[in-house]
Ligand binder design. Structure first.
Ligand SMILES: [Zn+2]
Ligand SMILES: [Zn+2]
Length: 215
């Protein structure tokens, strides 16, 4: 399984950085988790990574913030399935339904053989996170972690130990929670990247558009 960060606040040349997040999970199926903010940047970064957008089978949107959903229509094709939290606005869901298959998530749900949504979480901003079952173990991927990374990790642990966590951690500062996770990749909106790195220097990896993780 490969996880490719295609959109992030940070980027390594020749990729472009921008506020937002998107990562492609390549395993039994090709699943795009979030789509960044700007479709043009998303497409350019994907092209530079050698990703053909027509190879994407499914799209998972973590939450209805533009920096995660803005690139959707630049890659969307009729054959794709789009998984969104059921609480997404009617207008958003209608627009997706007109152009592709919409699947609304409430509780935990299998997205593919190896990818599982943890279901809707949070109070104000409803968000879904996913677990990817890799050969190395369970990889947790978050969009912004608005419901709180601690709660998300706790829910994810119902499915076994977490090997790696990748994505936006937002204002998460309960660093003890990461103790048993072997690989930490704080991306996008993570406020305390430096502190996480300071605490776990050996197992924290920088996140940037163009990053490829083999698991
Ligand atoms: Zn965000
Ligand atoms: Zn957000």
């Amino acid at each position: 399984m490969k996880i490719k960060v295609v959109y992030d606040n940070e980027a390594k040349s020749p990729f472009q950085s921008d506020w937002g997040f998107s990562a492609l999970i390549e395993s039994d199926e090709s699943i795009l988790f979030d789509t960044g903010d700007d479709g043009k940047i998303l497409l350019r970064n994907m092209k530079k990574m050698g990703i053909d957008t027509s190879s994407i089978d499914k799209v998972v949107l973590s939450h209805e913030h533009h920096d995660h959903t803005g690139g959707l229509y630049s890659i969307l094709e009729k054959s794709m399935e789009v998984f969104v939290p059921k609480s997404f606005s009617k207008g958003f869901k209608k627009k997706v339904k007109e152009r592709a298959s919409l699947i609304e998530i409430i509780d935990r749900k299998k997205i593919s053989e190896r990818v599982l949504s943890l279901g809707e979480m949070g109070m104000d901003i409803i968000e879904q996170s996913i677990i990817c079952k890799s050969d190395r173990g369970n990889i947790l991927i978050t969009g912004c972690a608005h419901p709180g990374l601690t709660d998300i990790i706790q829910k994810a642990e119902d499915h076994g130990d977490i090997e790696a966590v990748i994505g936006g951690f937002h204002g998460f500062d309960d660093f003890d929670v990461l103790e048993n996770i072997s690989l930490i990749v704080p991306c996008h909106c993570t406020e305390y990247k430096d502190k996480i790195k300071e605490r776990y220097p050996d197992k924290t990896k920088d996140c940037f558009a163009g990053l490829e993780i083999k698991v």
